[in-house]
Design a protein around this ligand. Structure first.
Ligand code: FES
Length: 123
C-alpha cells in the first residue's frame, strides 16, 4: 500500500521526466477536437508538416490533442520551445502557418497578433 508521501514522490518523478522529454526540442500541438477539425485543423496540420519538411527542421515534434475548450478560437495551435512559455495561437489558417514557423519556431519571435493564450509553467 502506498502512502501519500510515496505518491507525491512518484508524481514529482514523473513530472521531472516529462520536463526532460519536453526540453529536448520544440513542440507544436494542434487541437483536433470536433470543432478544431470543423474549423480546418487537418489543413493546418498538413500545412505545418509541409513547412517543417520544406525547411528540413529537425527536433520539432508535431502532436495533436483533443478539445482545448475554446471552440470559437479554433484552429488552435500551441508552440512550446524548450524552456519558454507555452504559446497558444488561435484562428490559425494554413496561410499563416509559414509565418508562425519562420518567426516563432525557427527564430523564437512570438507572432503576437495571433496569440490567444500563454502558459508560463507546466501545470
Ligand atoms: S471540441 Fe473545441 S472546444 Fe470542444
Amino acid at each position: 500500500m502506498k502512502t501519500l508521501e510515496d505518491l507525491k514522490r512518484l508524481r514529482e518523478k514523473l513530472q521531472d521526466e516529462t520536463r526532460l522529454r519536453h526540453s529536448s526540442g520544440t513542440q507544436i500541438i494542434i487541437g483536433m477536437g470536433t470543432c478544431g477539425i470543423a474549423a480546418g485543423a487537418r489543413e493546418v496540420m498538413t500545412a505545418i508538416l509541409d513547412e517543417i519538411a520544406k525547411r528540413n527542421l529537425q527536433d520539432v515534434e508535431v502532436r495533436q490533442t483533443g478539445c482545448i475548450g475554446m471552440c470559437e478560437k479554433e484552429v488552435l495551435v500551441d508552440v512550446v520551445r524548450p524552456g519558454e512559455p507555452r504559446i497558444t495561437y488561435g484562428k490559425v489558417k494554413p496561410a499563416v502557418v509559414s509565418k508562425i514557423i519562420a518567426e516563432h519556431v525557427v527564430n523564437g519571435r512570438i507572432v503576437e497578433e495571433l496569440v490567444v493564450g500563454k502558459i508560463t509553467r507546466d501545470r
